[in-house]
Design a protein around this ligand. Structure first.
Ligand code: GCO
Ligand code: MG
Length: 415
């Protein structure tokens, strides 16, 4: 008997003060439904409308088992495609359909993808701090917790701190996050020099450039960081400078990772087939969900590129679970970012409105233990959403300011 889609709903909730969006797909089988992640913290209203106004009418009555057919139907239906809002909306439905398929097969999603190739998923957490001492303390805290990989930043991304034009900026410059790439490079190299001297080399560091510097500066930074043996240097170049990867690759042995901003595999392809990067950092919802990312992971395997799916604070536990299920079944797994899920997240902590509220809303989270994350063996993604709890934490419409990054002349810099 064909199981059909009977309704599609959206749950918007911000238990940690970060806007999260969940898509719920309901079916003709009593009690059978699936949850997917469609989080776009800064455009949650647009994604909600895309799901309810465009995808829902398209999908009601369709057979839930036809995941690839429905993914292509959703993706092609708008003609103009591969934008962040559309892809993230599609991902919400796609991930929910995989959740449903697992529940129907009575298997965790990773079993549907060929089964587990590892017992647990090695993860990295975020360490930041205002100075080396604070960072060393935070590293020690997470080493205690069994982590072997940590992301280390010093004052966020690009070292941008001041929210108003600092002394020496052009007259009349607008407010924003002011960056000084020269100072950032000096400070970052000095930071890793001091960290390696104090904590040694038996812990792997990643560092996120987050775009924000020029291609020549990316080569300079990657070269200068070689003695500190990073596990990878992330987003050294913006999407507008991908051709510069060839040069960057020739100039350094520091492993390179790129990808949370990619909307489609076509953009990534040259970096993979020419092995210009070592890790893909794709944001699973941004590519459209489990369906395209599973394909991408297998494609990357043929070229020796490993996965390091994006796992930030602004991704719901359904998105983190999708990452973990992909990780469990991928042979070319690299490492998994695990941020903002449970205390203490040193960055999210400051934003945390209701300590631990996230885990009240999302039950059955993959569990972090001694440096690994374990998917529960429940069918599908294994997560229940307490919709009554979720309703206690409405999303906000705050203006997004952290992306207003500027240089000292007041010009905008890619965030
Ligand atoms: C990361 C990312 C995030 C993004 C954030 C944007 O590597 O985790 O760079 O921190 O900046 O997800 O909202
Ligand atoms: Mg990043």
């Amino acid at each position: 008997m064909t199981v059909k889609i009977t309704d599609i709903q959206v749950i918007n909730t911000a238990p940690e003060g970060i806007n999260l969006t969940v898509v719920k797909v309901l079916t003709s089988e009593d009690g059978l439904y699936g949850y997917g992640d469609a989080t776009f913290a800064y455009r949650w209203r647009s994604v909600t409308s895309y799901v309810l106004d465009y995808l829902k009418p398209l999908l009601i009555g369709r057979d839930v088992s036809e995941i690839t057919e429905l993914w292509n139907l959703m993706h092609n239906n708008s003609y103009w495609r591969d934008g962040a809002i559309g892809n993230i909306a599609i991902a919400g439905v796609d991930i929910a359909l995989w959740d449903i398929k697992g529940k129907m097969a009575r298997m965790p999603v990773y079993d549907l993808l060929g089964g587990a190739v590892r017992a647990g998923v090695p993860v990295y957490r975020h360490v930041d701090g205002a100075n080396v001492d604070e960072i060393v303390d935070n590293i020690a805290y997470y080493r205690e917790k069994g982590l072997k990989h940590l992301r280390v930043q010093c004052g966020g991304y690009g070292g941008g701190l001041s929210l108003t034009p600092p002394k020496g900026s052009a007259e009349g410059a607008h407010d924003g996050i002011y960056l000084d790439s020269r100072a950032y490079i000096r400070k970052t190299v000095d930071l890793f020099d001091k960290l390696r001297a104090r904590v040694g080399f038996d812990i792997d560091f990643v560092h996120d450039v987050h775009e924000r510097i020029q291609p020549s500066e990316a080569s300079e930074l990657a070269k200068l960081l070689e003695p500190y043996r990073l596990f990878f240097l992330e987003d050294p170049l913006p999407l507008t400078d991908l051709e510069c990867f060839r040069e960057l690759r020739q100039r350094t042995v520091t492993p390179l990772a790129e990808g949370e901003l990619f909307n489609n595999a076509q953009v990534i392809r040259p970096l993979i087939v020419n092995h210009l990067i070592d890790f893909i950092r794709v944001h699973v919802p941004q590519l459209g969900g489990i369906t395209p990312c599973r394909k991408l992971a297998i494609f990357c395997q043929e070229f020796g590129v490993r996965t390091a799916w994006h796992g930030p604070g602004d991704l719901s536990p359904l998105g983190h679970a999708a990452n973990i299920h992909l990780d469990m079944a991928s042979e070319n797994f690299g490492v998994q970012e695990w941020s903002g899920i449970e205390p203490p997240n040193f960055v999210i902590q400051k934003l945390r409105t209701q300590k631990g509220a996230l885990l009240e809303v999302f039950r059955g989270m993959p569990e972090f233990k001694d440096g690994f994350v374990y998917a529960n063996r429940k069918p599908g993604l294994g997560i229940e959403v307490d919709e009554k709890e979720a309703a206690k934490y409405p999303c906000n419409d705050d203006l997004t300011t952290w992306t207003m990054t500027r240089g000292r002349d007041g010009s905008l810099i890619l965030p």
